[in-house]
Design a protein around this ligand. Structure first.
Ligand SMILES: NC(=O)c1ccc[n+]([C@@H]2O[C@H](COP(=O)([O-])OP(=O)(O)OC[C@H]3O[C@@H](n4cnc5c(N)ncnc54)[C@H](O)[C@@H]3O)[C@@H](O)[C@H]2O)c1
Ligand SMILES: O=c1ccn([C@@H]2O[C@H](COP(=O)(O)OP(=O)(O)O[C@H]3OC[C@@H](O)[C@H](O)[C@H]3O)[C@@H](O)[C@H]2O)c(=O)[nH]1
Length: 440
């Protein structure tokens, strides 16, 4: 650890200082400048190794120089964690203690030792369920970000106990250690805490269905509407809701400095796994990986209960910009719950399947199947106890006001870059896996 601390000091960049009494209009300008500086091409899109140049003019939204900090990131080896680590290593001077049971998705950041950020990221393989090192690692950091969770819907109704333990019980010590040691916490919750919209309970012909007041999801006013207990789909949402309430209460009663993030379907490269290639053959990942797997194997895409549910999808790289703003602007982010999504990218699951089919045809050069989709019941696909959110449009008022963040990438563009990655990463492996051994 002392070695890492020395490296941290070496990484401190020089900053341009501004007058401390910065006006709001200047802060909007700084936000735009920051966004510009923080948006070089994505790592996986680059052909050549990344050249690491620390921007010398990085400052927060209020014109103050950003001081390097140490971040304890739990669940750093997952989809969101891997993109956040990449961003922090390539564009900031911050140091990361990366905790997870797996590190495959961040291996490229850990090895070799000659990487420009070597010494600023340290991987700790541990399970937060039972590891006495957790409190010490939280104490060593200025900020803890908790991403660890079981968060694939196929698990919610089939492994409800694991789901509840993972999303509530296992997160408890993290909240406790942060509160007791006066450490800031960014906790990852979910848009699923909203459950179903009020709109879904209105009569089909009600004119109120057109009124956004009945479906747009607002952090401070929308209710959390779940199904009955036997609909175990809601075990995840309910556990996430209770941990949100606990974090919020620690803030109110004990002064915990916290931010709660509610991601609305963040998607992009490295999300989940492709069954039979880098995950179990019988595993059911989230929809992006399910549909990618179908396209790669030239199978029809399975539409659960007709694919009528609606979602808004946001590109992981846009969403990571929002998280970085939270990390570097604690005065603006503390005490808030933020929706992070793209209200302009709304589709039904059926429309998503159609668009992914078109994009994949373009990316792979392979013609689409004659029948590109097939209907399947939720009972058949997910089993007993499944239920669904009907519609998820995030209200953006709070994140706009506090952090000036807006998503940039259209659904077509984000699918284009993501499916290009999926094709490049998996097409050959799938082809080999699908070649049946011939009888001799
Ligand atoms: N991706 C999304 O669109 C989305 C949407 C809503 C909420 N979220 C939330 O964001 C967080 C991260 O999601 P993700 O998409 O990156 O999921 P992910 O499954 O890719 O990442 C979670 C990581 O946590 C790790 N982990 C789980 N339990 C652990 C434990 N006990 N000890 C150590 N590590 C453990 C896993 O190994 C995994 O690497 C989760 O809390 C999830 O509920 C994500
Ligand atoms: O092959 C498939 C997979 C999924 N689906 C449908 O596609 C929709 C989206 O499914 P996802 O697997 O992405 O999961 P959901 O959007 O329902 O939940 C997700 O939301 C936010 C996070 O908290 C979690 O990552 C997850 O719970 C659902 O309506 C699902 O039924 C299909 O029609 N076919």
């Amino acid at each position: 650890m002392p070695h890492i601390l020395t490296q941290l000091h070496k990484a401190i960049p020089s900053f341009i200082f501004f007058h401390p009494r910065v006006s709001l209009s200047l802060s909007s300008f700084l936000l735009a400048a920051n966004n510009f500086l923080l948006s070089p091409p994505a790592l996986e899109d680059r052909e050549t190794p990344v050249s690491f140049e620390m921007a010398t003019t990085r400052m927060d939204l209020d014109g103050r120089p950003i001081k390097p900090i140490t971040i304890c990131m739990i669940g750093a080896g997952g989809f969101i964690g891997s993109h956040l680590c990449e961003k922090l290593m390539s564009e900031t001077p911050h140091k990361v203690l990366a905790l997870d049971v797996y590190n495959d998705k961040i291996k490229h950041l850990l090895e070799p030792d000659s990487l420009p950020w070597a010494g600023r990221i340290q991987f700790h393989r541990l399970n937060i369920k039972h590891d006495s090192r957790l409190e010490g690692l939280i104490k060593m950091a200025d900020l803890t970000i908790n991403l660890a969770a079981i968060c694939t819907p196929a698990d919610y109704n089939t492994r409800p106990l694991d789901t509840i333990y993972s999303n509530f019980i296992d997160a408890l010590p993290v909240v406790k250690y942060c509160s007791e040691n006066n450490k800031r916490l960014i906790h990852f919750s979910t848009c699923e805490v909203y459950g179903k919209t009020i709109q879904s309970f209105l009569p089909k012909d009600s004119p109120l269905r057109q009124d956004p007041a009945y479906y747009v999801l607002k952090e401070d006013t929308s209710p959390c509407i779940f199904g009955s207990i036997e609909k175990q789909r809601w075990s995840y949402a309910c556990a996430k809701q209770l941990i949100e309430r606990l974090v919020y209460a620690e803030g109110a009663e004990n002064g915990l400095e916290f931010t709660i993030v509610r991601p609305f379907n963040w998607i992009g490269p490295r999300m989940d796994f492709i069954p039979g290639i880098d995950g179990p053959s019988e595993g059911v990942p989230r929809v992006l990986a399910c549909f990618s797997n179908n396209l790669l194997r030239r199978e029809p895409l399975k539409l659960v209960d007709g694919g009528q549910s609606q979602r808004t999808f946001v590109y992981i790289k846009d969403a990571i910009d929002a998280v970085l703003l939270m990390i570097e602007n604690p005065d603006r982010a503390n005490g808030h719950i933020f929706n992070v999504g793209n209200p302009n990218n709304e589709v039904t699951v059926r429309q998503l399947a159609e668009m992914m089919t078109k994009v994949y045809t373009k990316v792979s050069g392979e013609p689409a199947l004659e029948s590109p989709t097939i209907d399947v019941s939720s009972k058949e696909f997910y089993g007993e106890g499944y239920d669904d959110s009907d519609k998820r449009i995030p209200d953006m008022t709070i994140i706009n006001k506090q952090l000036g963040w807006n998503p940039k990438t259209s659904l077509w563009d984000l699918l284009d870059s993501t499916l290009t990655y999926q094709h490049r990463t998996y097409a050959e492996a799938i082809r080999k896996a699908m070649v049946k051994p011939t009888a001799s």
